[in-house]
Ligand binder design. Structure first.
Ligand code: MN
Length: 159
């Protein structure tokens, strides 16, 4: 009898505590934006998933969809970046040469300041989540450089 009572107490769902106003909501969905031609080649669409609510928050998460052949320009991130592939095959190139091919479920980390690009293969759409932290000045979060040329891209896509 005693044991039964103890078990039922142990399994009781914790009581929700309510204090102050409700602060948990479904986040509003900003419209999909097109990756600008200054920093992307081909058709790229960006959906914001998470962005800072307060001045001391830095987390930014976006879903990025690349049409076949589309890619970012060369760039680096002040605090690094984590990419998680959700569809297609992602190509990621670095200055050291060579290209990483990542598939759905794969995660790629690029350290702070490392110059790189990412994009789709010529044959298929690619989608990834990009997760990063804003720089002290959000404008410094990503430093954009020159475009990935067709020959650079073609060599990487064949590698
Ligand atoms: Mn990047």
């Amino acid at each position: 009898m005693n044991a039964v009572r103890v078990a039922s107490v142990a399994w009781r769902r914790p009581r929700l505590r309510r204090h102050g106003k409700v602060t948990v909501n479904i986040e509003p969905k900003p419209p999909t934006t097109k990756g600008p031609a200054a920093t992307f080649t081909g058709d790229v669409y960006i959906d914001a998933i998470a962005s800072p609510h307060d001045a001391d928050q830095r987390m930014v998460v976006v879903r990025v969809r690349f049409a076949p052949g589309a890619r970012t320009a060369w760039h680096s991130h002040a605090r690094g970046q984590t990419l998680h592939v959700t569809e297609g095959v992602a190509l990621l190139g670095t200055r050291e040469g060579g290209v990483i091919r990542a598939r759905p479920g794969d995660t790629i980390y690029t350290p702070p300041g490392q110059e790189h690009w990412h994009g789709a293969t010529p044959q298929d759409f690619m989608e990834h989540l990009a997760m990063l932290e804003n720089g002290d000045d959000p404008a410094s979060t990503t430093t954009w450089l020159e475009h990935v040329t067709d020959s650079q891209y073609g060599n990487s896509a064949q590698a």
